[in-house]
Design a protein around this ligand. Structure first.
Ligand code: NAG
Ligand code: NAG
Ligand code: NAG
Ligand code: NAG
Ligand code: NAG
Length: 254
């Protein structure tokens, strides 16, 4: 009976009631958070209007395993209920909770922290939640497993694949002939840079441009010469890291 009356009342005062009945929306980040190993990260979770602290319960949990990352209940944070993996590493920003900001600071990030989290906010009447995805920044470069054998005059492909979260534009990839540190090919600021290539390789070495967005920075070397024999290095740099992978060219008889 109460409910029906309330509905009619709401229908009449629809604007007022829309605000009342929609309650609060919990906001999180629009995109996955990309974190370096060992670093700290703040997992955003907030509501626009502060909620009464004593009626409030905020659960941070792993969506995948269900384990409890942190809990705020009855006006206090409850570190004793945290799963051991997060004990001492995850904290609310205590001054922020009264402002409706339930973001969580996670320190010393490990590979196991990668995954999906959720921040569930309950009041006596309602609950709402947001999800936060954490990815671990990584740069993995794979070269050629085996030496490539070729005859002089043949064309060869030296593999180099790059797996990273860093956008292409922020990636620099160099192919170097190790002996003599000669620049064979350069990809920088999102583009192939043939002008910086050493003359020995000019017009003979190239990337597969259409493969680059897939992280395939393999080197296509045409018309190989006897002096090309030996080690090549695929060197990949981001702002923070550099990783190399070698490839060998052998044979080169007539
Ligand atoms: C959270 O609240 C928003 C806005 O009221 C709503 O659109 C959304 O469906 C709610 N999400 C959950 C999980 O309840
Ligand atoms: C929550 O608090 C943190 C730390 O002070 C701040 O960086 C973040 O912007 C706050 N979020 C909101 C939605 O106010
Ligand atoms: C961070 O984690 C590593 C590996 O678990 C540990 O050896 C190190 O002591 C931790 N550092 C801090 C500041 O907690
Ligand atoms: C180069 O990569 C391709 C695709 O992954 C693979 O099939 C091929 O065996 C690789 N070649 C060498 C020499 O590692
Ligand atoms: C890169 O692309 C070329 C051309 O499609 C292909 O031959 C090569 O196997 C690819 N390498 C890797 C590592 O995927």
């Amino acid at each position: 009976m109460m409910k029906i009356k309330m509905r009619v009342f709401c229908w009449v005062l629809s604007l007022f009631c829309a605000i009342r009945t929609e309650g609060f929306a919990v906001r999180g980040p629009a995109m996955p958070l990309i974190v370096q190993l060992g670093a700290s990260v703040t997992l955003p979770c907030s509501v626009d209007t502060p909620l009464p602290l004593l009626e409030l319960e905020v659960q941070w949990m792993r969506e995948d395993s269900g384990s409890l990352v942190h809990l705020f209940q009855e006006g206090e944070s409850r570190p004793e209920s945290q799963s051991p993996a997060y004990s001492g590493r995850a904290d609310f920003l205590s001054e922020e909770i009264s402002k409706g900001n339930f973001s969580l600071l996670l320190r010393n990030v490990t590979t196991e922290d990668k995954g999906l989290y959720k921040c569930v906010v309950h009041t006596v009447h309602e609950s709402n939640e947001t999800k936060v995805k954490i990815d671990i920044e990584r740069l993995v470069v794979t070269g050629a497993d085996l030496p490539i054998s070729a005859y002089a005059g043949q064309d060869v492909i030296l593999n180099c694949s790059v797996d990273t979260h860093v956008p292409l534009k922020e990636l620099e990839v160099e192919w170097i002939k190790t002996n003599g540190e000669i620049l064979v090919l350069l990809f920088s600021e999102g583009e192939n840079r043939p002008e910086s290539q050493h003359e020995r390789f000019r017009g003979r070495a190239e990337f597969f441009s259409e493969e680059i967005p897939k992280g395939n920075f393999s080197l296509k070397l045409r018309d190989v010469k006897t002096e090309d024999k030996g080690e090549f290095m695929c060197k990949v740099h981001t702002d923070r890291e550099s990783v190399n992978a070698p490839a060998w060219l052998q044979g080169l008889g007539k």
